[in-house]
Design a protein around this ligand. Structure first.
Ligand code: KG4
Ligand code: ZN
Length: 351
């Protein structure tokens, strides 16, 4: 009953000039609720981070994350509505991350979203978290439109994709093993920088130089990438210095790791854009906050006449504004309109 009624409501909404969406995100350790108009205008984007809670464990503990989402959601929702200066009755639809992510954490967000959608009698829209990351670009760059090549660099994914419209990805290349963000976190842990690792490695790398050769890119001609060999090489290097009782050249390890992780990806992304005839490249995911990656892709793009986009810093890591944005594009394209049986999914294909 609810679903059939909502399909009709979606048709009516598609005729409206303004659509206001409430976005809900809880795939990892950020509880976030946002109010976004027409996919690009952020009225509020409240993020309650659990970083301090997980830091003492050296990484995200899934069950602890779920419990904290449960406790945080009501307060985060209240703040998001207040900051946007709206009430729940001004909301046209609820968009929620249903995957990929930690299953328990996702279930809290999905249940919260279903409850709101049902009680307000408005559509529920399922959003793929990674596609959501790409939408952060539409918020940061109001005139940006597909087609473009996307570089996805997050804690769980690393891929180069064709984005020909707002709701569809075609994978050109992806990691054959670990995701790049996972690798940043692991390297940070092994050299004692702690959690969350990416931003700390980024910072130390600035003070160091590329003086250690860890691995060669064996997939040089491909669009695919691999990070597990690099990760293992860094771990072995660190263990061998530790065994000899030598001091770790932290900054140089970070700079060298970063060059070997980032530069092949930059080359592959720009090569994909050139070979497939795209004039624009957009980055998305937590690692797109990395300064070296941003600078390398931008300067490479400039040399080759390709425009490079990345989201503003605050939208690179997990947030609900990007989910509401993808929710809007899903809604106007009849994608992800869901019934109350919507399930959380720990891993989903990008396509
Ligand atoms: O996209 P995201 O927030 O979560 C997933 O959807 O996976 O990405 C989190 C990842 C973590 O691995 C984190 O270490 C990394 O993004 N990250 C960074 C930086 N900021 C966050 N990695 C490198 N440099 C950064 N500045
Ligand atoms: Zn994410």
């Amino acid at each position: 009953m609810y679903y059939e009624e909502m399909l009709k409501k979606v048709k009516e909404l598609q005729k409206k000039s303004d659509i206001t969406i409430l976005g809900i995100e809880s795939s990892c350790d950020e509880t976030s609720v946002a109010v976004v108009k027409n996919g690009r205008e952020v009225l509020s984007n409240v993020i309650s981070t659990q970083i301090d809670i997980h830091t003492r464990f050296g990484g995200v503990v899934p069950e602890v994350a779920s419990r904290n989402h449960l406790m945080a959601f009501n307060g985060v929702l209240d703040s998001a509505l207040k900051q946007a200066n709206v009430t729940l009755h001004d909301i046209d639809a609820i968009a929620v991350t249903y995957g990929a992510g930690l299953i328990g954490a996702l279930m809290v967000g999905v249940t919260f979203a279903k409850t709101l959608a049902y009680s307000l009698n408005i559509p529920l829209i399922a959003v793929n978290h990674i596609r959501g990351h790409m939408c952060a670009n539409y918020i940061s760059h109001k005139d940006l439109t597909p087609p473009f090549v996307g570089l996805i660099v997050s804690g769980g994914h690393t891929a180069i994709v064709k984005v020909d419209n707002y709701t569809d990805f075609k994978v050109i290349g992806s990691t054959l093993d670990d995701a790049i963000g996972e690798c940043y976190d692991k390297v940070a842990r092994v050299i004692g920088l702690g959690y969350p690792g990416g931003p700390k490695v980024d910072k130390c790398a600035k003070e160091g130089k590329y003086s250690i050769k860890f691995v060669k890119d064996k997939l040089k001609k491909s669009y695919d990438s691999s990070f597990s060999g690099l990760k293992t090489a860094v771990i072995n290097y660190v263990h061998s210095l530790n065994q000899k009782g030598k001091e770790l050249p932290i900054n140089d390890i970070c700079a060298s790791f970063q060059c070997e992780a980032v530069l092949p990806l930059v080359e592959k992304t720009l090569r994909a854009a050139k070979n497939f005839g795209y004039k624009k490249v957009c980055m998305a995911g937590g690692v797109s906050a990395n300064k070296f990656l941003r600078e390398s892709l931008s300067s490479g793009g400039k040399e080759q006449g390709i425009e490079v986009y990345y989201p503003e810093m605050s939208l690179c890591t997990d947030n609900a504004a990007m989910i509401a944005s993808q929710g809007y594009f899903n809604l106007i394209n009849n994608v992800g309109i869901s019934g109350l049986d919507l399930d959380a999914v720990s891993s989903i294909n990008l396509e």
